[in-house]
Design a binder for this molecule. Structure first.
Ligand SMILES: Cc1cc2nc3c(=O)[nH]c(=O)nc-3n(C[C@H](O)[C@H](O)[C@H](O)COP(=O)(O)OP(=O)(O)OC[C@H]3O[C@@H](n4cnc5c(N)ncnc54)[C@H](O)[C@@H]3O)c2cc1C
Length: 318
């Protein structure tokens, strides 16, 4: 039996991971020892129909036994899912043994409204908020802060901390937020959010492990010491991801596009590729010292479950 130290050394040898984060040869991945000590969290979105609700719950049922650190529920653009997010978060907290976190954005609400939403969460036993600025609703142009609202996520974090002692996670951007003036300005913003009381950052999705590793190094050098958890998006629909990535400022590498060439009408193969790419990404990150992963599940369990299994995160007795 290899010790943990030996395993880590073996990883490093096999992957040839250098300080500069050189990309290893992918064929090595399957030969690696099973990762240990990996923690995962899952993101869901609130369902809009009965069918979507049923599918979310079957997803939760399938993923719960791997014991995620927490699960979170998104808040629709422009605050459009306020009630549905609330209902879903509270239902998860009541019906399962999972820690449920609520996403909350600044968009379209007065401070008093947001504070009231936060109080309601606290009263319902929800202790973890993912605090975000949000974006302008589609077609409404660029983001404009509500004069009576919280302007940026850092203001929201300060406001939430005044309402109650929430655990607060915030967003981070390995390739910088698309509206930021510079990567430095974006890191300063992340630091403001942490200084205001956030204790975890979850990143926008990315595809090259080096992108995240370099960002992590820069964040540490800038004095940001909270966990910065990589957000992992298993990609099955490359066209959709490219469209969204244009808006979010995420680079979609050519190798990813090529992997999906000719598979438009073959969803099964696309799923297998999605799991394999995301698992490889996670294993490279793990070999570089990353133990925490946040999955954008898109309310589908199969890919995330398979990736967790490859990461050594297995079903536990509840
Ligand atoms: C993990 C994760 C989860 C998400 N969940 C949701 C969700 O549930 N619902 C949703 O609608 N969106 C969600 N988003 C998207 C997010 O709302 C958008 O990316 C939004 O554009 C920025 O949100 P933020 O919290 O990062 O904003 P902020 O941290 O406020 O930053 C936004 C921009 O403003 C700049 N900035 C900050 N402060 C100042 C200042 N004082 N002066 C000038 N510029 C400033 C920053 O550099 C950045 O460019 C999520 C994103 C991530 C990564």
């Amino acid at each position: 039996m290899m010790t943990r130290k030996e395993k880590t050394r073996r990883y490093q040898e096999l992957l040839n991971v250098t300080a500069a984060g050189r990309r290893p040869h992918p064929s090595m991945i399957v030969a690696l020892p099973l990762p240990e000590g990996v923690k995962v969290s899952f993101e869901f979105f609130p369902p809009t129909t009965e069918k979507a609700e049923a599918s979310l719950w079957s997803c939760i049922e399938r993923l719960s036994p791997v014991r995620p650190s927490f699960v979170s529920v998104t808040y629709g653009a422009g605050g459009t899912t306020r009630e549905r997010t609330h209902e879903t978060v509270v239902k998860i907290a009541r019906k399962t043994n999972l820690e449920a976190a609520a996403h909350l954005t600044c968009v379209g609400s007065h401070r008093q409204e947001i504070d009231a939403i936060a109080k309601r969460y606290w009263q319902a036993g929800i202790r973890h908020i993912v605090a975000l600025r949000g974006d302008a609703p589609e077609g409404a142009g660029s983001y404009q802060a509500n004069p009576d609202g919280y302007a940026y996520a850092s203001d929201l974090v300060s406001g939430l901390k005044k309402v109650a002692d929430f655990e607060i996670s915030v967003a981070a951007y390995p390739e910088s937020h698309p509206e930021s003036k510079s990567p430095e300005a974006d890191l300063n913003n992340l630091k403001r959010k942490v200084d205001a009381g956030a204790t975890r950052a979850i990143t926008q999705y990315f595809f090259e492990p080096e992108t995240y590793l370099r960002f992590l190094e820069r964040a540490r050098a800038a004095g940001i010491h909270v966990p910065i958890v990589p957000g992992i998006l298993p990609v099955t629909n490359i066209a959709q991801v490219k469209k969204f990535s244009k808006l979010s400022g995420t680079t979609v590498p050519d190798w990813l596009t090529e992997l999906f060439d000719g598979l438009d009408n073959d969803p099964e193969t696309r799923k297998l590729i999605a799991a394999s790419v995301a698992a490889e990404q996670c294993r490279i990150l793990h070999a570089s010292g990353v133990n925490d992963f946040h999955f954008y599940t898109l309310n589908r369990a199969d890919l995330t479950y398979a990736i967790c299994h490859i990461l050594g995160v297995r079903k536990q007795l509840i």
